[in-house]
Design a protein around this ligand. Structure first.
Ligand code: BGP
Length: 460
């Protein structure tokens, strides 16, 4: 069977400034929560490798863009580091950063690669965290000013903007499950952070539209389709609630302009609703996006709770379901995540059936592998497992396209092995292998395969 994709399909990969640039505290860039956390608790980072150790895009951008071209990317996503552009979080713009991002954008365009620019990828400037981070409404306005600065500086050339990458992750990691700074575990504070993030998103969209910049603006969400253990109503309800917490809490405001009434009622019943101000609902309604980025890695499988909830325990989403490891599920043995390729099709079908078939694309999908050097032969990583992974996902994506989904492209996570938060270099995801010490880059077998698929816009 041959799988042909549309002529204008976006082929590429995604990355982020904090995971690739390096030059952490150089050229005017200020500290982010990652620099601070690493300085305070290096042992929480895999092999104690912190945010300064990257593939050095700040120095290697020209070489990397040439590699993107070699991999036949027609699009590429990275982010602009807020802490580099506006080191104090608000106020003066750093001219070194403007020069750097101008060079990167211009070089991409001159190589025929359309830049997709995201604004916030987990990298809160420390100056903003010190005044409360997303818990403080002042940060909403500071972020909006940062967004507007980006539109003004680069909007003549950048036509695809994204406000946030996976905004739920800093909520979960920083305020609920203790895997991001500031390591708080408190649902109500998490809900406030989530709400303010979405207000910040909406303000940026509002400013983008008021400024009449050319192009489109969207958001990138990690969606985890929720599957119940069985057709039993209690399991179905568990999956429904998990979906409300982990998908619809961001998806509904991004696409419909409001929160699901059921989620609001549930939080109200448990006294967990964040404080809002008059005008917030109208602002949220303005945040409806032009395009949705979907990051898909793994599904979420749940069942009804085995044990009764202790009403005196702190409120958590897990009051309503238990996680469930489906027997026989296919696992990525190198990362411990389930691989369920049909999930990509289920997400696209859900968007088509319940959200009016929005313009969207797969903005991340990928396979992390530990100790990947063991697959090296004759100087190249033979990552056939990654080729199979991408291929299978693309087959399901293709099917969704044939059924009418408005999916415009596919971006892999990621272009080059990169620093990944507290996992550092534990899981390698790139089409390009990075030698961290020598900074040498070598295209993996999957990169060559992807280049062929992208140039032929399909595969057999
Ligand atoms: C996504 C993030 C990326 C990247 C990826 C891999 O959720 O958007 O920034 O980190 O996950 O994550 P990990 O290295 O933990 O496997």
């Amino acid at each position: 069977m041959h799988y042909q994709f549309p002529a204008d399909f976006w082929w590429g990969s995604a990355s982020s400034a904090p995971q690739t640039e390096g030059a952490s505290l150089q050229f005017g860039k200020s500290e982010t929560i990652w620099d601070r956390w690493f300085a305070e608790s290096p042992t929480r980072f895999h092999r104690q490798v912190g945010p300064a150790h990257t593939s050095g895009f700040y120095q290697h951008w020209r070489e990397d863009i040439a590699l993107l071209k070699q991999l036949r990317h027609n699009t590429f996503r990275t982010s602009i580091a807020w802490s580099r552009l506006i080191p104090d979080g608000r106020g003066a713009v750093n001219p070194e950063a403007v020069r750097f991002y101008n060079q990167v954008i211009d070089e991409m365009l001159s190589q025929g690669i359309t830049p997709f620019i995201n604004l916030f990828h987990f990298d809160m400037p420390m100056a903003m965290q010190q005044i409360g981070g997303w818990e403080n409404r002042e940060v909403v306005e500071a972020y909006a000013q940062y967004a507007q600065t980006c539109f003004r500086l680069f909007g003549d050339r950048v036509k695809h903007w994204f406000t946030f990458n996976e905004p739920i992750v800093p909520v979960e990691g920083g305020y609920l499950y203790d895997f991001h700074y500031p390591c708080v575990v408190d649902f109500r504070r998490a809900a406030t952070v989530a709400f303010h993030t979405m207000l910040a998103h909406a303000r940026a969209v509002q400013l983008f539209r008021e400024g009449e910049y050319a192009g489109e603006i969207g958001i990138i969400l990690n969606l985890t389709p929720s599957y119940p253990r069985s057709t039993h109503p209690a399991d179905q309800q568990a999956a429904h609630i998990a979906d409300l917490f982990f998908n619809r809490s961001f998806l509904d405001p991004a696409l419909l302009g409001h929160y699901p009434a059921e989620l609001v009622a549930l939080l109200e019943e448990h006294q967990q609703l964040p404080v809002s101000q008059p005008g917030d609902s109208a602002l949220l309604a303005e945040g409806r996006v032009d395009v949705l980025g979907v990051n898909y890695y793994q599904p979420r499988r749940v069942k009804c709770r085995d044990a009764l909830v202790n009403p005196h325990s702190p409120f958590m989403p897990e009051w309503f379901f238990d996680h469930y490891a489906m027997p026989g599920r296919k696992m990525n043995p190198y990362r411990g995540w389930e691989i369920y390729e049909k999930g990509i099709y289920d997400i696209l079908s859900n968007l088509r059936q319940h959200y009016g078939n929005p313009r969207c694309f797969i903005s991340e999908n990928g396979m992390g592998v530990e100790d990947e050097q063991r697959f090296e032969q004759n100087g190249q990583i033979q990552d056939d497992y990654r080729i199979d992974f991408v291929r299978e996902h693309l087959i399901w994506l293709h099917r969704a396209l044939q059924e009418g989904s408005h999916c415009l492209g596919y971006h892999m996570w990621t272009f080059i092995d990169n620093w990944s938060w507290s996992n550092a270099y534990k899981n390698r995801y790139g089409f390009v292998q990075l030698d961290l010490d020598s900074q040498q880059r070598r295209v993996k077998k999957s990169g060559e395969w992807f280049a062929r698929v992208a140039s032929e816009r399909g595969f057999t």
